[in-house]
Design a binder for this molecule. Structure first.
Ligand code: HEC
Ligand code: HEC
Ligand code: HEC
Ligand code: HEC
Ligand code: HEC
Ligand code: HEC
Length: 194
């Protein structure tokens, strides 16, 4: 009787030990916030969380671009399609995007007064080339929503990124009928309607 109990206890003990060991085994090496050079930018403090080091780092605390791109699909997509500002900047994200300086972190360095728009690959033609106010084109309502800044990334491509076609149908290939200089459609003038 007593022996049986002892055996049961031994089995119980062995089992809980096994559970303990396997739990410890499953937890990757933990880092504390004190291991970081400083708090994160406001944009990442909440959305990523400082404690989740490995979302951005590898074991050597480098910053592999794959980690950033895993979350930033909007950038990954543009890199893959070789368009937009990041078309040739798909690596070494941390060269331009710094971290760990808390609310003083300058996550995006862009001076509209000193920006070479050709770097985006977009050639602005006709009346478009004369517009100097970035926000006349990159508006709040046609770019992806951001909490802490205003994005330059359009939600749509082509003319429809900024213009709406007032006629039903013909919602693509605007240049088949229009030019970038005028919406007038001379071929249709003779009483032609859409
Ligand atoms: C949101 C992404 C992100 C998270 C989360 C993050 N870091 Fe970083 N960390 C970076 C970036 C980006 C750099 C490069 C900063 C720079 O060059 O200004 C960096 C730099 C570092 C460096 C300096 C590396 C070097 O070679 O100079 C250390 C150390 C570091 N981080 C530790 C941590 C620790 C520890 C944690 C978790 C407690 C953490 N980081 C969480 C993005 C992150
Ligand atoms: C006449 C309209 C127009 C004006 C004004 C304009 N842009 Fe653009 N911008 C575009 C177009 C079109 C694209 C290409 C979008 C694409 O590739 O999908 C673009 C792309 C960009 C991109 C890259 C977005 C991406 O998807 O990677 C950035 C950044 C940008 N512009 C910044 C600026 C800044 C800064 C200014 C002011 C100095 C400015 N733009 C003024 C039309 C404009
Ligand atoms: C040469 C400097 C440079 C490099 C390298 C770079 N970026 Fe950027 N990034 C910028 C600039 C400038 C902007 C602001 C213009 C824009 O939005 O395209 C920006 C904007 C962004 C934005 C905000 C876009 C928005 O408007 O909402 C994200 C997210 C981003 N970068 C992620 C990345 C990632 C991920 C990488 C690495 C794969 C990377 N960047 C590499 C300079 C850089
Ligand atoms: C776990 C997901 C995740 C990871 C990993 C991550 N980010 Fe972000 N990032 C976000 C979210 C979410 C935001 C906040 C977007 C918002 O508030 O609109 C953000 C914001 C940003 C912004 C500012 C956009 C703006 O307009 O305010 C930049 C630039 C950026 N991240 C670059 C990076 C870079 C570079 C890395 C790699 C070091 C990285 N991110 C890693 C999720 C992530
Ligand atoms: C990035 C935003 C953007 C894109 C993309 C864009 N436009 Fe524009 N366009 C504008 C802005 C801003 C103006 C000046 C204000 C206005 O007239 O709406 C303008 C003006 C024009 C005008 C002159 C209108 C007038 O009455 O003088 C025409 C025509 C035009 N765009 C055609 C096009 C065509 C065609 C495309 C596609 C090939 C295109 N646009 C793509 C932003 C854009
Ligand atoms: C099959 C030809 C065709 C296509 C394709 C087409 N349109 Fe039109 N659009 C017209 C005609 C015809 C008019 C009336 C023009 C006129 O009165 O001279 C018009 C008128 C317009 C006007 C109003 C011009 C004004 O003076 O009020 C805008 C803006 C416009 N189109 C935008 C677009 C956009 C944006 C696209 C692409 C998404 C597009 N259209 C595609 C034929 C076309």
């Amino acid at each position: 009787m007593c022996l049986l109990r002892l055996k049961q206890r031994a089995i119980q003990l062995a089992f809980s030990l096994l559970v303990c060991v396997s739990v410890l085994w499953a937890i990757p090496q933990e880092y504390s916030e004190d291991d970081a050079p400083g708090p994160l930018s406001l944009a990442h403090a909440k959305s990523v969380g400082l404690i989740n080091c490995m979302k951005c780092h590898n074991e050597d605390f480098e910053v592999p671009h794959e980690r950033c791109l895993a979350c930033h699909q909007e950038i990954a997509q543009r890199v893959a399609e070789e368009r937009g500002y990041h078309q040739d900047k798909g690596e070494e994200c941390s060269m331009c995007h710094t971290e760990h300086e808390g609310e003083d972190t300058v996550l995006i360095m862009l001076d509209p007064e000193d920006f070479d728009h050709e770097e985006t690959g977009a050639v602005l033609e006709g009346p478009h080339a004369l517009i100097t106010d970035c926000r006349a084109c990159h508006r709040q309502d046609n770019t992806i929503p951001r909490t802490r800044s205003q994005s330059y990334l359009f939600t749509r491509t082509g003319c429809l990124a900024c213009h709406t076609a007032p006629h039903p149908g013909h919602q693509d290939l605007c240049l088949k009928c229009h030019t970038q200089t005028s919406w007038r459609v001379y071929l249709w003038r003779r009483g032609g309607r859409l």
